[in-house]
Ligand binder design. Structure first.
Ligand code: FMN
Length: 144
């Protein structure tokens, strides 16, 4: 089974977590501007997952939502069917309801609206004492 992580990371946290998941190709989404206030970012690197069976989508939370760059990426995909899909987000505020859970729901909704099925979702709180534990559980769970 071919597996990849399609991620956006502005300051490196999401990328650091992605690197801990073993055996995945890391495919980074990039945009002309990294400014989180750009409403409709123009993507310059648009990973193609057609040859992968298993995809993990990962993004930071920006303003209680997924990053605009991940949103633009997911919006330009026409169909997610036939793939195993897991998600994770990284965020900073102390409680999951301060962006983490809502962002995961937001990503799931976009994917489901285009025939995708989401399996696991993980919220990694950067300030939490349990951060490493959560990441380790994810590393154990996220495989085919
Ligand atoms: C513009 C901006 C907005 C953010 N908004 C939130 C937020 O609403 N909730 C939250 O928990 N963290 C928020 N954060 C913190 C990031 O989600 C967190 O630091 C994340 O781990 C960064 O990931 P990255 O290093 O991969 O970019 C925000 C960060 C930035 C730069």
């Amino acid at each position: 089974m071919k597996k990849c992580i399609i991620f956006y990371s502005k300051t490196g946290n999401t990328k650091e977590v992605a690197q801990k998941l073993k055996g995945f190709d890391l495919l980074e989404i990039k945009a002309e501007s990294d400014d989180p206030n750009v409403q409709y970012p123009v993507l310059t690197d648009i990973p193609d997952f057609s040859n992968y069976d298993y995809i993990v989508f990962a993004t930071p939370v920006h303003g209680f939502q997924i990053s605009k760059i991940m949103k633009s990426y997911l919006d330009q995909v026409s169909n997610f069917s036939g793939k195993t899909i897991d998600l994770f987000i990284t965020h900073f505020f102390p409680f999951a309801w301060m962006g983490g859970n809502g962002s995961l729901r937001q990503m799931k909704k976009i994917i489901e609206s285009k025939q995708g099925v989401v399996r696991y979702m993980t919220s990694v709180n950067w300030k939490s004492k349990k951060r490493e534990h959560i990441i380790n559980m994810m590393v154990d769970a996220y495989h085919e």
